[in-house]
Design a binder for this molecule. Sequence first.
Ligand code: PAF
Length: 285
Amino acid sequence: MILFKRPDDLVDFIQKKRKSLIKIGFVPTMGALHQGHISLIEKSKSENDITICSIFINPTQFNNPSDFEKYPVSIETDIEQLELNGCDILLMPSVTDIYPENFQKSNFELGYLETILEGKHRTGHFQGVCMVVNRLLEIVNCDILYLGQKDYQQCMVIKKMVLDLKIPVKIEIMPTLREANGLAMSSRNQRLNETEKANALSIYEVLKFLKANIFEISLTALKEACFLKLATKGFKVDYIEITDELLNPIDTTQRNQTIVAMVAATIGEVRLIDNMIINNANNSE
Ligand code: PAF
């Protein structure tokens, strides 16, 4: 694996490689890698000639300074895992490489996606995500961008940005990987203690409960039951929402409609998000 710290060096490298019509896959991360990230690397390797991963803890997407300061860092094991899994290139830029002094901040038009769910609870978060992903895409100039479904709303936001800015990249969204107990893999899980980790599986249980009962019980009663279950396990719940595929909240359900359950809740100091497609017109999760 080749490690690039300076984006300009990677840009030069890619420009040379591009002369031989290669296909490039890109997996952006904030490090603290887990099997979910590795599954994206594997997918990219199977579809491209070169796979690039970036590790950059992006300050502009953290609305809470303490969340930024406490974001897990494990560079050495990250590099080992990437090498072990055949990643070709790692980009590890500094904050000033990504946001140099002359960096022009733009405002991304994200519409309702910025005012609901994560957008509502983390003001400015998605502007920060777009800012960094747009910048990274400029640098890596990839053919396919790989993202995880665990960040369902982030995937929609990035898709919108790519479409609006006419960035010539295909986006592939890979399924959420889970621990043996069902907890969605996340870098933030590293910050959970054993008890919190055991209790955190209730998020998955709640999602499964919603899926099993979506056509059986009223949505209000379902959400109340889930709220209670998470609160009993020590969670402070930001939202439990039932939406359509585009994340518009729904108040009635239809069997021929894709229905998504979205959850965000904090246990101890750690805020976790998860989601599940609980009814899919084609095939369910
Ligand atoms: O999902 C993440 O890890 C981050 O939001 C991303 C896409 C790498 C941008 O910083």
